[in-house]
Each structure stands twice: as C-alpha cells, then as structure tokens.
Design a protein around this ligand. Structure first.
Ligand SMILES: [Zn+2]
Ligand SMILES: [Zn+2]
Length: 266
C-alpha cells in the first residue's frame, strides 16, 4: 500500500501548499482520501487524475472538499484521460445535499454531484473499495466526522484520524495499525484553555498513537507556521519512538506485519 500526500495543510494553506488530500494506491487501485483546496492541482502535478478510481470524504469541512469542484469540472469537460468517467464519490451521511447546496449557491448547478457517482456511506458498515476494506469511527470535531481504517486484502492497515480532538475511541479503533495518520492542527502543545476540543496537538497525537500501539505515526494537517522540530519532538515524546511528518509530494510505503517479516527473513 502506498500513500502519497497531495495536501497536508490545515484550513490556512501552507505557502505553495494544499489542504487535506491523500492518494492511496493498492495493486493499481487509486483512492483519493479527502479533496481540499489545492489538491486537484497537486494531483495533476504529481499523478494522472485518471488514476483516481474513487474518492472518499472524511467530513464536510471546506478544507476537505473544496477541490471536488475543479475535479468535477475536469470530469465534466473530459480533461485528458477523464473523458466519459464518473468515479464514485463516497461522502458522509447527508453529504450529497450539502454539496448540492454549496454548488447551487455559487451558481454552479450540481457540478459535483453530477460529475461524480455520489453515495453516502453508512459508517456502521464496512465499505469495500476495490482491494480495500474501509471501516469508520466517529471522532470529536466541529461537524460530524469519521476516521477511516483502510485494510488491504493482505491485512495491511492505514488508519486516518481525519480532523479530531482527543478521543479514546480513536486509540481503540486504530489498535495495532501499521500506519496511523493523525492531525496536529494545534501545533506542538500543550493545549491551553477549556471547552470542547476538535483538534489535536502533536503531543496528544503522539500519546494517542502510543495508546493505540500503532507501528508508525505520520503527523499531518499541521501548519507551516509551526516549527517542524518542535512538532516532531512533541509527538515523539508522546509516542515514545520516531515520528514522521507528512510532506506534500512525498510517498510512504505502508507494509504489514507479514510483509515485514518476509522482508527481514529474505
Ligand atoms: Zn481540516
Ligand atoms: Zn474539519
């Protein structure tokens, strides 16, 4: 399984960056996970958009869906390789009406829901997408949001926490995953203030990954205004081991336990 980070920025994009968007490739199948502002341009720069077999949306915040609009235009216009294509777009419950209101308010008809084959997933049920099985876990955020666990046929797992505040449920959901990708929107930490939490610090992301016994932690959705060294140090202190920071344009190979033991015994 290979993960390519198209965009890792939070709501304020990094200089030259893009908001949430990740391309997951498994045996030639391409899944675009979230499609925030700037992601479609990054997809065109790094990959062929025709490699996207389906799109999956974690929640309906703008920084996770904005570029469904230009992607929809490219599909409608038959941009090179996209002619005649209408890829599946899996959205949270109620998502189709939200996207229609968004495009209609902007005078763009049903630009997204006409260009994609839109289906609302049932978070209570596993979802089969090509060679991947997706399961969902609702996480604390400012709108209803689902973390996703993506499992290959061989059992290799990538767990994406989406946007989430501190939650024991995510640690349980991600238990023993091969790669846990968690946000660090609040910077290194510690968090100050009270009230409902919808985001994590890097320190909290590290602690959650340790609780989950995740094999690897990839920190994402952090701002370029935060010092990378501080983010990494805070996350590693919480995790108790090395932590990677997602970088746009970089790819990460996710291997499972069986593949690892095959490699180490080869
Ligand atoms: Zn976000
Ligand atoms: Zn959000």
């Amino acid at each position: 399984m290979e993960l390519t980070v198209l965009g890792k920025s939070p709501a304020i994009p990094d200089a030259g960056g893009a908001q949430s968007g990740y391309l997951l490739s498994e045996h030639g199948y391409g899944l675009l996970l979230d499609c925030g502002g700037g992601v479609f341009a990054k997809l065109r720069a790094l990959r062929d958009p025709a490699q996207v077999d389906a799109v999956l949306i974690s929640h309906l915040h703008a920084d996770h869906v904005l570029d469904l609009l230009p992607f929809g235009f490219a599909l409608a216009q038959g941009l090179a390789g996209l002619r005649g294509r209408r890829p599946p777009l899996w959205v949270p419950p109620g998502g189709a009406a939200v996207l229609d209101r968004f495009t209609q308010t902007l005078g763009m008809g049903r630009q997204i829901t006409a260009a994609f084959a839109v289906t609302e997933y049932d978070p209570a049920l596993p979802l089969r997408l090509g060679p991947l099985t997706v399961s969902f876990c609702e996480v604390p955020h400012y709108v209803r949001t689902w973390a996703c666990d993506l499992r290959s046929a061989e059992g290799t797992r990538l767990t994406f926490g989406a946007d989430c505040g501190p939650s024991d449920a995510i640690a349980e959901f991600a238990r023993a995953t091969d790669l846990l990708m968690l946000e660090a929107t609040e910077g290194p930490g510690p968090h100050r203030g009270a009230g409902f939490r919808g985001h994590l610090t890097a320190a909290e992301a590290g602690e959650l990954a340790r609780l989950a016994c995740a094999r690897r932690l990839l920190l994402t959705h952090y701002s370029d205004t935060a010092a990378r060294q501080q983010l990494q140090a805070a996350a590693e202190a919480g995790f108790g081991g090395p932590v990677e920071l997602a970088a746009e344009g970089c790819s990460y190979v996710v291997s499972g336990r069986r593949e690892r033991s095959a490699i180490s015994s080869a």
